[in-house]
Design a protein around this ligand. Sequence first.
Ligand SMILES: [Zn+2]
Length: 161
Amino acid sequence: MKQIKVEEIELLYLTSDDLLLLSSNQIFLNNAQIEIEDLSYRLKPELFNQDDVRPIVVILPFKANFGNLNYFYWNNKPNLKELDLKVTQNNFTENDFEASVITRYQKTRCSNCGCWWDTLVVDEWNYFRTPGLGTAKIRQSKFKECPNCGESLRQCVVMIF
Ligand SMILES: [Zn+2]
């Protein structure tokens, strides 16, 4: 786990080794305690082992001791093992995150056929400080259709798993 600031957002960058840290909804960081909200719903262990996803805890801007479990999703087949190392050594750049977008886990229902899917959807709220960036992230995203009927899911779904 590493605390970093990316695109103006304070967050904890996690890897699969950090899954155990989330066995309770409180994590300790430099003697501070951070409480993670809605953890039981948002935590999907299978998302800790994906080639294009990294779990993060976004520190809430107005409530410094609280965080949300979110997931970075990259749309450009990144080498995240390399990025993990760069983050650990503090020599990443903003370019490493250019193709990423902050998402959250949610169950999404297709309004056409009624199927439910485990999905990652763009969590646009995180870009409130940088609305232009939020718009750019939406524009660069490819949104998934329902795997069952092929209709639009009418949400900013970037991954179905
Ligand atoms: Zn459908």
